[in-house]
Design a protein around this ligand. Structure first.
Ligand SMILES: Nc1ncnc2c1ncn2[C@@H]1O[C@H](COP(=O)(O)OP(=O)(O)OP(=O)(O)O)[C@@H](O)[C@H]1O
Length: 195
């Protein structure tokens, strides 16, 4: 489903060049669960950002369902991020002054879905991660694991083909998440990054 072909990526800050990815190749198939492990600073987040279309590669190719992304325009990346990928960020990236229901709903605002449907789908996604009774809490009123579950609900609410999770510490939640994805869809793919 996803082919990472010899991808390289550098960060440039003034004179300083940091090689974050160097000729990385990996094939990821439908229904596959892949966990990428490596020391801090070895490039895991960079790789997930590139696979998730959040960041661009310098060399190589990312092939999605047999189609090269070399010629992708911004709108193609937008569509890929919005419809194919669900992303759980390492630091969750929740909006602090919004309720968790609003945080999850926000992931649906791009798709032209009515407000009532958005609310209902967000509520169901939060129920699925066991937070159905806390919809009106704000992120700072929740534990770290609960915030992570909100981030998982937000990543799944769009029904993505691929879930990318940049997860620091909770193996239990990764397993839960795999379960949840597989329950929801016969064909689901989950890639996680566990530091
Ligand atoms: N925006 C950036 N600008 C410059 N260098 C960066 C940037 N982001 C990451 N790097 C560097 O690229 C390398 C890979 O970083 P990355 O965040 O991908 O590692 P990681 O394996 O996910 O680390 P961790 O496990 O600590 O989260 C590191 O040396 C890091 O310092």
């Amino acid at each position: 489903m996803l082919q990472i072909k010899g991808i390289s990526k550098q960060y440039r800050t003034g004179e300083l060049v940091q090689q974050a990815l160097n000729d990385v190749s990996l094939n990821l198939r439908d229904n596959e669960f892949v966990s990428i492990l490596g020391p801090s600073g070895s490039g895991k987040t960079t790789l997930l950002n590139v696979i998730g279309g959040l960041d661009r590669y310098d060399a190589g190719d990312l092939v999605i369902n047999g189609i090269s992304t070399k010629e992708y325009k911004d709108r193609d990346w937008d569509a890929y991020r919005n419809h194919t990928i669900g992303f759980v960020f390492q630091s969750y990236n929740l909006i602090p002054h919004q309720t968790i229901l609003a945080n999850v709903e926000l992931a649906l605002t791009i798709g032209g879905i009515s407000r009532d449907d958005r609310r209902e789908r967000a509520r169901k996604a939060l129920e699925e991660v066991g937070l159905g009774d806390q919809l009106h809490k704000k992120p700072n009123q929740m534990s770290g694991g609960q915030m992570q579950r909100v981030a998982i609900a937000r990543a799944l609410v769009n029904d993505p083909e691929v879930l990318l999770a940049d997860v620091k510490w909770s193996m239990v939640l990764i397993v839960y998440c795999v379960h949840s994805v597989q329950k929801k869809r016969k064909k689901g793919t989950l890639y996680t990054n566990r530091t």
